[in-house]
Design a protein around this ligand. Sequence first.
Ligand code: OOG
Ligand code: MG
Length: 260
Amino acid sequence: MLDMEWISKLYKKLETARLERKAVTPYSAEDDAFDLADGYAVQRMGLEAALAKGQRVAGYKMGLTSRAKQRDVNVFEPIRGFLLSTMETIKGGQVDTSTRIHPRVEPEVAVVLKKPLAGPGVGLRDVLDAIGDIYPALEILDSRYQSFQFRLADVVADNTSASGFMVGRTSLLPRLHELNLLGITLRKNGEIVDTGAPAATLGDPLLPVVSLANALGREGLAIEPGMVLLTGGVCTSTPFQAGDRIECDWPGETLYFQAI
Ligand code: OOG
Ligand code: MG
């Protein structure tokens, strides 16, 4: 495990990359010993720095829960990060590319709980019991590493490339029995760039919530009622730039934004 001085140095490097919109090289390329625990320590420092600045945690995200996403970035293990309330974009709104490096978008299922939930020992039954609602969502990624190239510990340190999210208003809860096989179409400037179904994420988008609750519990954190929980991209992410219009069709609702 790296000492706190190094953890702090890595956090600052990533924060500067984000603020100056300049991608950096992953630390794992310099030091083979940089491991997953180090990555989460850097991420935790980012969370605490945001809270100290008065930001609020809007929720948590699971990532790399689908094969499509794992292949996207060549990292084959699910990861988790946090979402700040300032990262939210409203449906139909504009997404500013000038504050980002090389953004990508991906469709995800968002789960909201009505009861707090924290591990250890959380199972699928506990998640089902705690579910408040389920919505279609989009996540916006913006890796602070060049060309989205990194290893597991690097992407964890970079808060799993989190940059933005959008949550729909149409509840998918009445369709819980068929949630896994709902069809999703992602379009850029009117053309289909990918399609997917929630089953892609660990076989069931509720399973990432199980992992998340258990992992947060180990860190003394909990999922609070009302938090947005992103369960992972269901298909490959799509890059976009200023001028692009992104639309994502779910049964009953289209999420969309204009990139400026
Ligand atoms: C890593 C973040 C992965 C997901 O949903 O799989 C992620 C990345 O692709 O840069 O958010
Ligand atoms: Mg994602």
